[in-house]
Ligand binder design. Sequence first.
Ligand SMILES: [Fe+2]
Ligand SMILES: [Fe+2]
Length: 390
Amino acid sequence: MLDFDSSVTTSDDYYSTFTPPRIKKEKKQKKENKIIFPVSSSLDPITIGAKRPNADDVKIIGGRGYDLRQPIPVKYKSVRQHFLNARKNFWIPNEIPMGEDKIQWNTDKLTEAEMWLFKTNISYLTAGDNLVPDNLVNVLLQHTTANEMRQYLRWQISEEANHVESYLFILESFGLDEQGQGQIFNLYQDMPDLVEKINWNIEFANNAATTEAPKGSIESTQALLEDLISFYIFEYMFFPLGFSQIFALARQGKLRNTAQQYSYIWRDESLHAANGLWMIQQICRENPKVWDAAMKQRAREVVNEAVKLEISHAHAVMPDGGILGYSIQTYIKYAEFLADKICENLGVKVLFGTREHPMPWISEYELNHEVNFFEGRVREYQTGSQLNWD
Ligand SMILES: [Fe+2]
Ligand SMILES: [Fe+2]
């Protein structure tokens, strides 16, 4: 990798090399007025004389006085790597064959409980995958002042759009018309537990976006952190729990094509979660005062709230206690297991003390990060013969 730092010149060098005389004159006037150019968004007007970024000046949030529209220097090399890894993971829902699922859907292979689980699953996940990019646009990109992170977040937005396309493609491939698809997509809106769960994330986003505390203040940064934590939970807990519902069907040989779609989505979400955690940690490294005892306690409470939401979710989508090989109890244990992992990753005390993964079989659906979509093959899934009602 290039050593970007050594390639950085001062703004004076830059202008003496490239700037026409008229701009030089204006720059001189600005210098005399000692204007600082606050550049926090690509929507800020371009100002003549804005300083070329230097890695020492770049901050993950709250950076000021440099031109954010330039892709170098890359201060945060690991974020750049997130972008390059994500781009390698590019995939297209429409290229995953759906024929087997279409036959199963149209020949009533799913039980009533399985059908309800599937429908509520795709309804909730579609709402969720619409919500995440909105949070990126309305909250995170409003604060992020490192170009490499802005690039990654832009790429993530396109991936979330691809996930919504996947859900749409699944229902289309079953042969459902717009009315049939709409009935499924709309389901969550009539389910109080799912509405509450969606609104939970929206509240954090709105709070961070509308807080009257000045940007850069501890209060404003803590509102941003809470939002980041709530969406880290989305990517690391809510999505995988959702995917596990469909993987449980695939273990019985049902909706395996849909499970294949979800495996690709899960790979993307894993990287979103890793990047989200990195961002939380980096904000705290650069602004250590925000990660005080009260904030740590709050982070723990937020994770605990998420588990409670999952418990309600589980009962709403599995009113009979579960499906073959997949019980509400196992689901809740998995929520607690992931909650403890989140606490560990945030450096706060775990909530439940879980030790063993309650769904070890889920790793069969985890794609190798090195698998290239265009060279991949449809995976074979375990059939339901060894399953029991646990
Ligand atoms: Fe997504
Ligand atoms: Fe995501």
